[in-house]
Write a protein that binds this ligand. Structure first.
Ligand code: HNI
Length: 147
């Protein structure tokens, strides 16, 4: 079971409490599709993903970016049992969507970059440490039902 310090808890709540999902979700997911183009293979029904401009303008990308953040919201609200919270979502990504679990980390890294860019100098090393720890637990929990 993961232990969280008061600082880590407060930092995660604060980041997500202030986050503009409409901005950060599409930006992070879109960035992942651009930087790691093989992740596009799971979104064959999303229409035009031809280049970075098309990806950032694609409404399905924007909608899915927000869906991912709403998924992360569940982990924020259940920080003491992220593993159980994500059991079903892990099965979905593994058995139904067949998403390579290595990709979870790539999306998490893109999210870190977008959050850092939005927070500017407030994204201190301590804040980054808490955020990356949270995302590492998310990534590990999402990969849990793979075998
Ligand atoms: Ni992911 C659907 C959460 C990473 C491919 N994904 C979802 C849904 C949530 C979700 C929530 C909606 C489930 C439902 O409909 O019941 N995904 C998350 C989270 C992460 C993540 C929290 C990591 C931080 N997903 C990824 C990655 C990929 C991915 C890295 C592929 C590269 N996800 C999918 C696909 C779907 C999906 C594909 C179905 C999309 C659709 O609309 O059909």
């Amino acid at each position: 079971m993961v232990q969280w310090t008061d600082f880590e808890r407060a930092t995660i709540q604060n980041i997500f409490g202030k986050m503009d999902y409409e901005d950060v979700g599409p930006a992070a997911f879109g960035r992942c599709l651009v930087v790691y183009p093989w992740t596009q293979r799971y979104f064959g029904n999303f229409g035009n993903l031809y280049n970075a401009a098309a990806i950032q303008a694609n409404p399905m990308v924007a909608a899915h970016g927000k869906t991912v953040l709403r998924g992360l919201d569940k982990a924020v609200k259940n920080m003491d049992d992220i593993k159980a919270t994500y059991a079903e979502l892990s099965v979905l990504h593994s058995e139904k969507l067949h998403v390579d679990p290595d990709n979870f980390r790539l999306l998490a890294d893109c999210l870190t970059i977008v959050v850092a860019s939005r927070m500017g100098s407030d994204f201190t090393a301590d804040v980054q440490a808490a955020f990356q720890k949270f995302l590492a637990v998310v990534v590990s929990s999402l990969g849990r039902q793979y075998h």
